[in-house]
Design a protein around this ligand. Structure first.
Ligand code: HEM
Length: 135
């Protein structure tokens, strides 16, 4: 049977003690029945109710037993969409433009060097040719 898909917007409407969903590793859990039993207290779960609790859950270093409980609470998977709150990802937007800028600068200097060497070689060739004619 295919997993039911939930959007982040749907999950975020379940935030009360009587109805709390959360997301861990892109899986959606209905933890309503477990809130009262949670050894770490109900507060911490309600704090991340309706949100992505992956970091909170993993930071504690929950046991395999905790993961088994989690397995039983699964109700579906998260269907990500463009306007979801994004996990923190550094955007190297400036890096690419500045590196291409310095790249073309480097190429420019290289090109000057090639032209200069060619001009010197051409000059030297003519100089030697003139000297040869004189002799
Ligand atoms: C539905 C998700 C969760 C389940 C099934 C769950 C389950 C458990 C279980 C079974 C324990 C006992 C220790 C262990 O077996 O690791 C525990 C402890 C604990 N949990 Fe959770 N937990 C969940 C979510 C969270 C979240 C989101 C937090 C947020 C910080 C949290 C914080 C803690 C803490 C601090 C303890 C340690 C309590 C103590 O040793 O006094 N848990 N959890």
């Amino acid at each position: 049977m295919a997993d039911k898909e939930f959007t982040y917007a749907e999950v975020s409407t379940h935030t009360t003690k009587k109805d709390v969903h959360l997301v861990i590793h892109d899986i959606v859990y209905d933890v309503t029945s477990f809130v009262d039993e949670h050894p770490g207290g109900e507060e911490v779960i309600l704090d991340v109710g309706g949100q992505d609790a992956t970091e909170a859950f993993e930071d504690v270093g929950h046991s395999d037993e905790a993961r088994e409980v989690l397995e039983g609470l699964k109700i579906g998977v998260l269907k990500r969409s463009a306007d979801d709150p994004k996990p923190k990802v550094s955007q190297p937007a400036n890096t690419s433009s500045s590196s291409s800028g310095s790249g073309s600068g480097g190429f420019g200097i290289g090109l000057y060097a090639v032209v200069l060497v060619a001009a010197l070689a051409y000059g030297a060739y003519h100089y030697l040719e003139l000297n040869a004619e004189k002799a």
